[in-house]
Design a protein around this ligand. Sequence first.
Ligand SMILES: [Ca+2]
Ligand SMILES: [Ca+2]
Ligand SMILES: [Ca+2]
Length: 133
Amino acid sequence: MHRSYRITIAAAAAVGVIAAMAAAVQAREPEARPSAASACITSLTVHTSEDWSADGDEPYLKGFWSAPGSMDDGSIAAVNATVAVGSVVEAWDADSPDPDDFIGSDAVGGSGGTLTFKGDDAHYSAQYSRGAC
Ligand SMILES: [Ca+2]
Ligand SMILES: [Ca+2]
Ligand SMILES: [Ca+2]
């Protein structure tokens, strides 16, 4: 009688721990949800520059990122910007004094991938992954 009483206590304690763990998992879920609708643009690559100058282009992603300097063919720059899934990203080459050049736009998908920007005889791409940066 004494032994079975102790086993019951242990079982009740184990159930209590499992219930607490389940509650903790449920409590975390609402925080994880918004990142499912976000993506992280990790890098931008200039495959073919628009400018003919030796330095290459001065790329920017309209509204949230500019290259730290000029980028010639084959250059890769870190971006690390969080964007919403479904948003359309525009890539431009900054020029002065003549107007900036629109290279292209692409939409951010839900599972990561590559944004492709092709126009004005130039070609850029950007890598992105699922979730916020
Ligand atoms: Ca240009
Ligand atoms: Ca330029
Ligand atoms: Ca121009």
